[in-house]
Design a protein. Structure first.
Length: 318
């Protein structure tokens, strides 16, 4: 096995972090730029990395060789593999809690703590200007498509539902289904792409195509400067790179859904002054036609076979 293949069998970011204390000068600056935000490196050329680190092109090449890679292209591939492993890293904390003497309360506590910490980071770091730009674009849109692939389809569906209740014509779609819907895409439409780490190729490709066809594109992921951000007119990140390094599998859903709730509330206010035209009637219809149990403002009908003296609560289904 050659040295490059041997190093590829080890996590690239782990190698860089382990070697960072011993690096000096230009090599150290390159390492710090990568560790600071590895997601952004995926969309950079060697010229971009040199500029970001304030070093020369040969310095970047020397750094690649110093950490076991023959060139910049192999280094980027190694970083991408590391990020793939990171996505489920937050599961390790939960699995460790499951091995304790009291697994149920410990797992519950671990999950809740991770979610609370992630939401607090979202509240502190979210770009309010991007939120405002997304609100304006969605409120003016003729139609809104929300794309998500795999696990990201779940928050995509949730965001579409939230926007529907905000009075917006929104539909959730997977990238493969959207290849059919994009045929009729217009400049008055908005396409929102959701991705945990902003690296899902199908979602990125569909946002890029939508942008070429004149639609406004909004990318939402856990990290800034992701490949998804590069094809988005408006980019929204819900976490910092440091937080995402701890894993995104467990915490991504709730943080992405926070953006859905925020945008729905703001769009409803901007477009309808907080009162979409049919929402009240739809709520009434759901309560009277779809709910199980006693109807609002109505008393459940009595039946002859009811037991005499039985408490009212026992006579009402649901």
């Amino acid at each position: 096995m050659d040295s490059s293949a041997r190093y590829r069998s080890v996590d690239c970011l782990t190698i860089i972090e382990q070697r960072l204390p011993a690096l000096h000068g230009a090599s150290r600056r390159v390492a710090e730029a990568i560790v600071r935000d590895p997601w952004s490196i995926l969309g950079m050329t060697i010229y971009d990395v040199a500029a970001a680190a304030g070093v020369s092109l040969p310095s970047v090449t020397r750094f690649c060789r110093a950490v076991g890679y023959t060139g910049f292209r192999e280094l980027v591939q190694g970083i991408a593999q590391s990020l793939g492993r990171l996505e489920a890293k937050d599961l390790e904390t939960i699995e460790q809690a499951a091995d304790s003497a009291s697994p149920i309360p410990d797992v519950v506590g671990a999950v809740v703590r991770q979610q609370i910490e992630a939401l607090q980071i979202t509240a502190r770091t979210i770009d309010l200007e991007s939120i405002n730009a997304a609100t304006v674009a969605i409120a003016k849109a003729q139609r809104v498509f929300v794309l998500g692939h795999g696990a990201a389809y779940v928050p995509a569906l949730g965001m579409a539902v939230k926007l529907n209740w905000a009075g917006v014509s929104a539909v959730a779609s997977s990238p493969d289904m959207f290849t059919n819907q994009v045929v009729a895409l217009a400049p008055s439409d908005v396409v929102v792409g959701l991705s945990h780490q902003g690296r899902t190729r199908d979602t990125i490709d569909m946002l890029a195509l939508s942008r070429e066809l004149g639609a406004t594109t909004i990318g939402v992921s856990t990290v800034p400067q992701s490949p998804l951000a590069a094809v988005s007119d408006i980019s929204i990140a819900v976490l910092t790179p440091e937080a995402a390094r701890a894993g995104t599998f467990v915490i991504a859903f709730d943080t992405l859904m926070v953006i859905a709730d925020v945008l729905a509330a703001l769009v409803s206010d901007a477009k309808w002054n907080g009162s979409p035209p049919n929402r009240g009637d739809v709520v009434e219809w759901i309560e009277t036609k779809l709910r199980v149990g006693p109807l609002p403002r109505e008393k459940a009908p009595s039946h002859r076979h009811e037991r005499v003296g039985a408490p009212e609560a026992e006579l009402v289904a649901g």
